[in-house]
Design a protein around this ligand. Structure first.
Ligand code: EPZ
Length: 426
């Protein structure tokens, strides 16, 4: 197991390139199951979760150019000409809940699927009831056996589907199930995240007929068949937001390149209010820390609100802002695991249900801390960059799921951060 060792207090200076978005890449890879042929993906991020998903596609029968993927920057081909299986095993799904995204495409293409139900995860129970109800509304016959959901449905039919909550992967799964269904499917209270829009754009380029992307009502007119193609993954807005906040905790100034500022409006406006000087261009964000941060209140909401995936990171920033910041997490029921770790570094945080009250302190101090989930790990990195002394972050496999070589990118702009073998036996 690796750990990250960070010596805090080094201001950042220079530019960092943002990688492709994990949460766009995963559904786009799932969409290759909808039709045979060779797909080419540009800007695929080199991350644990993407690697796992590529192995899942291989298990289903796809041919993957892993050499190109491991080489680092080259386009990667995925050929789903012949599927050998329609089962996503527990071993794979338990490591990556996004495997549930193969359900819709597999039923749509082969008329059947057997996908292990994802278990809970650190941040919450995370049920998939809305995915399953949507498929049933489209005529799929579902049964739950030994922790697996088995779905059968020769040709799915269009339906009107209302989501109680604008579920991101639920919207993506049903959109993929609907593109070749018989008739029209209307998704109401659909998720509006840029990653959902990116999937819809890819499906339309494959020959699907989807309208209303980015709004709460998405209409899918079923077509007979689809074709493969070449696609580029959009920039990762969560990675970009994390680096903007790194300039906040470490000090200094950064230019974040190959980003999409339009995907971060809620975040950049809050960070402006907090006192960071932010300028944006077509595909870049420049941030300067003028030395003083004030507290802001945050309430996570579905897009275009403040994203839950940046809640832990902005909490790290607020630990040394002046005043009180109230941070409310409305999406997941247990997404405050980073609080205990930040308190080990001297943060003053009190949680009450889904809200955390952060009282700014002068400076955090370095300490050995433990990553508990992907975004909590990122918040500990941000805290370590500004803390006095050395911070050791253990179990950083969580971090590697969603950030491509984060220590290299931060070291390239002046952070004193390195990856080491962990001496702790656990
Ligand atoms: C996606 O998860 C992202 N993952 C998450 O990013 C992100 O935090 C989340 O959306 C919210 O933005 C991917 O895109 C791969 P949801 P998802 O369905 O789709 C409840 C990261 O850090 N719900 O929008 O699983 C659910 O419990 C990850 O990159 C149901 O009740 O999230 C949650 O409270 C973490 N029933 C809320 O809806 C369902 O059938 C939103 O979940 C589905 C969801």
């Amino acid at each position: 197991m690796d750990k990250l060792v960070i010596k805090g207090g080094k201001p950042l200076k220079g530019s960092i390139r943002v990688s492709g978005a994990k949460n766009a890449a995963l559904p786009m890879l799932a969409a290759t199951l909808l039709t045979g042929g060779s797909f080419i993906f540009e800007n695929l991020p080199r991350l644990r979760d993407v690697r796992t998903f590529l192995h899942l596609l291989k298990e289903l029968g796809a041919k993957i150019d892993f050499a190109a993927y491991e080489e680092g920057e080259r386009p990667v081909s995925v050929d789903t000409g012949s599927l050998a299986s329609y089962e996503a095993s527990y071993d794979l799904v338990r490591t990556m809940r996004a495997s549930i995204l193969v359900l819709g495409p597999l039923v749509s293409r082969t008329g059947k699927a057997r996908v292990s139900l994802p278990g809970g995860c650190a941040i919450g129970e995370r049920p998939v009831d809305m995915h399953l109800k949507g498929l049933e509304r489209m005529g799929a016959k579902l049964s739950l056996k030994k922790g697996y959901v088995e779905a059968k449905g020769k040709r799915l039919k269009g339906a009107e589907i209302y989501f109680d909550i604008p579920t991101v992967t639920g919207t993506e799964n049903i959109m993929m199930a609907a593109v070749m269904a018989k008739g029209t499917t209307i998704l109401k209270n659909a998720a509006r995240e840029p990653e959902v829009v990116a999937l819809g754009d890819m499906l339309n380029e494959m020959g699907a007929r989807i309208s209303g992307l980015g709004t709460a009502t998405v209409v899918v007119e079923g077509v007979k068949d689809l074709r493969p193609g070449k696609f580029r993954v959009i920039p990762d807005r969560i990675e970009a937001g994390t680096f903007v906040m790194a300039a906040g905790t470490a000090g200094g100034s950064l230019k974040i390149e190959q980003a999409e500022p339009a995907h971060l409006e809620a975040v950049l406006s809050k960070l402006n209010q907090a006192g960071l000087k932010i300028k944006t261009g077509k595909d870049w964000i420049r941030v300067e820390n003028k030395g003083h941060l004030n507290s802001v209140d945050i309430k996570t909401m579905p897009y275009p609100g403040f994203p839950t995936d940046l809640q832990a990171q902005i909490m790290a920033l607020m630990t040394t802002a002046s005043g009180l910041s109230v941070i409310t997490e409305t999406i997941f029921e247990n997404r405050f695991m980073h609080v205990a770790e930040l308190k080990r570094m001297g943060a003053d945080i009190k949680t009450e249900g889904r809200s955390a009250v952060v009282r700014g302190v002068k400076r955090l101090h370095g300490a050995p801390v433990m990553a508990t989930d992907l975004r909590a790990s990122a918040s500990l990195v941000l805290a370590g960059l500004g803390a006095k002394g050395t911070t050791e972050i253990h179990r950083i496999y969580h971090l590697d799921r969603g950030y491509q070589a984060i220590e290299k990118k931060l070291a390239s702009v002046g952070a004193d951060i390195r990856r080491e073998k962990a001496d702790m036996p656990y």
